[in-house]
Ligand binder design. Structure first.
Ligand SMILES: Nc1ncnc2c1ncn2[C@@H]1O[C@H](COP(=O)(O)OP(=O)(O)OP(=O)(O)O)[C@@H](O)[C@H]1O
Ligand SMILES: [Mg+2]
Length: 446
């Protein structure tokens, strides 16, 4: 069957489908709703006639007056843009429904979403630093350090910097579709491990060992495009609003490869004569192309993180009163969640947040990781029991070494076999932090 014939057949099947609905429920649906169904079916049939390239940019949009319009999402007028923003607003409110609908659409045409498996083997991170009085930043030391650095480079003198082991013999696998919790007392090396895995370890720290993403070593690709590291510290421009900050991040880092996915979906759906869900279709098109794409994704992320209430407030700094500390922390997270990175490394995102807000944020991330298939390692300081239960795997660090790396269900059993029993009425996460401290003290006295 040629293209035109195929489209007519599809239009006929859509009309027949709408007739079946209206016949079966004549007393329920009024004539006007039948007309609307017919009109929508006709609009979709017209859309199906377009070549794939145009179809990925054209959507059927319900205007506020109720009129259905075929619009090019790349060239929206002011009114159409407003209508699109209203039409996609539900995505932030009903994150889980959005993810399931998206997953359904992808599964129907058997498109496999990309996933990342991170493997790391024998990681050693070392720092070199002057200790004692030479470590003080005096004028004499500064000049002496520069001269000594030069002499060291020319092999004229011995390096008098002391080596500090930050991570020692750390190995493991981070699987996609699973949430990993990174626990450990302060100074255990959580930030160093996350930085190393995200490929953003500063050059002052020496890294040895192997890190691979789906079998590819770090020098074979650009890790910053695949991984997102959410810093423990908030660093923002105080004079920008929350929305501007997140939007700026989305525009600078790009919001991903969704257009390729959309083209593939459109192509396969046409081949298989499948009509996509209109709600999800307009969101994907609006978020993949056109001037509004960064804004659509920004609004979605702001809603998930509960930042919509302060979206137009200044971020602020020491001189300028702005959003609260907990909101600032969430802005730092939002800046990285808008990026295309599918491997998330989040460092103490809960500092300054109450347990219920932390739970909601971690739960949203969990839904995304489980349904879409991302990879996430999240370091948390004292997570509440309900937040702890959201994780699938645990990595417990102590003094730069891994104490436990495995499924959450087996962690208590493991420590019981080692002679450490979790007391009743004690949170497991708190118990694990304590155990790693005990291990640290025992190993330092042996
Ligand atoms: N550049 C450096 N020079 C010297 N020591 C360093 C350097 N970077 C990290 N360290 C040391 O490495 C250890 C681990 O640091 P890291 O920041 O990874 O700990 P952390 O587990 O993230 O701690 P926290 O929970 O307080 O954030 C610390 O003892 C720290 O002092
Ligand atoms: Mg840290």
């Amino acid at each position: 069957m040629d293209d035109a014939g195929e489209i007519h057949a599809f239009g006929r099947s859509l009309r027949q489908e709408s007739n079946v609905w209206s016949r079966g429920a004549d007393d329920v649906f009024s004539r006007s709703s039948r007309d609307e169904d017919d009109e929508e079916a006709l609009r979709w049939a017209a859309l199906e006639k377009l070549p794939t390239y145009d179809r990925a940019r054209t959507a059927v949009l319900a205007m506020p007056e109720g009129e259905l319009k075929q619009v090019n999402v790349q060239k929206l007028g002011a009114q159409e843009r407003h209508a699109v923003m209203q039409r996609v607003a539900w995505v932030g409110d009903e994150h889980e429904r959005f993810l399931s609908k998206f997953r359904d659409r992808v599964d129907r045409v058997r498109v496999a979403l990309p996933t990342i498996e991170v493997r790391y083997k024998d990681l050693e991170v070392e720092a070199e630093a002057y200790v004692g009085s030479r470590g003080l930043p005096t004028i004499f030391n500064t000049y002496a350090n520069v001269l000594e650095g030069l002499a060291n480079a020319l092999h004229l003198t011995k390096n008098r910097k002391q080596k500090i082991s930050v991570l020692h013999n750390v190995s493991g696998i981070i699987k996609p579709h699973r949430m990993t919790l990174l626990l450990g007392p302060p100074g255990a090396g959580k930030t160093s491990l996350l930085l190393a895995l995200a490929g953003t370890l500063p050059s002052s720290l020496k890294l040895t060992g192997e890190i691979t993403y789906n079998g590819h070593t770090m020098d074979e690709f650009e890790p910053r495009r695949s991984a997102a590291y959410v810093s423990q510290h908030d660093l923002h421009m105080g004079e920008m609003t929350v929305r501007e900050t997140v939007n700026f991040s989305a525009k600078c880092q790009g919001i991903g490869h969704r257009f390729d996915l959309l083209m593939e979906l459109s192509k396969r759906e046409k081949e298989e004569n499948i009509k996509p869900d209109p709600e999800i279709d307009i969101y994907l098109k609006a978020a993949a192309t056109g001037e509004q794409k960064a804004e659509v994704v920004t609004n979605h992320i702001l809603k998930i993180l509960g930042l919509d209430i302060c979206a137009d407030t200044l971020v602020g700094n020491n001189m300028l009163r702005g959003i609260s500390g907990g909101q600032k922390k969430r802005v730092t997270t939002a800046e990285m969640l808008v990026t295309p990175g599918r491997a998330l490394f989040m460092d103490e995102i809960s500092t300054g947040l109450d347990s219920s807000t932390t739970f909601q944020i971690v739960n949203s991330i969990r839904q995304t990781i489980h349904i879409i298939g991302g990879t996430a390692v999240i370091a948390l300081l004292q997570p509440a029991p309900e937040t702890y239960e959201l994780f699938d795997d645990i990595i417990l660090l102590s003094d730069g070494q891994v104490v436990y790396n495995g499924p959450r269900e087996h962690v208590l059993q493991f420590f019981e076999s080692m002679g450490f029993k979790c007391p009743e009425r004690k949170g497991v996460a708190d118990f694990l932090q304590e155990v790693s401290f005990v291990n640290f003290f025992v190993s330092s006295f042996l």
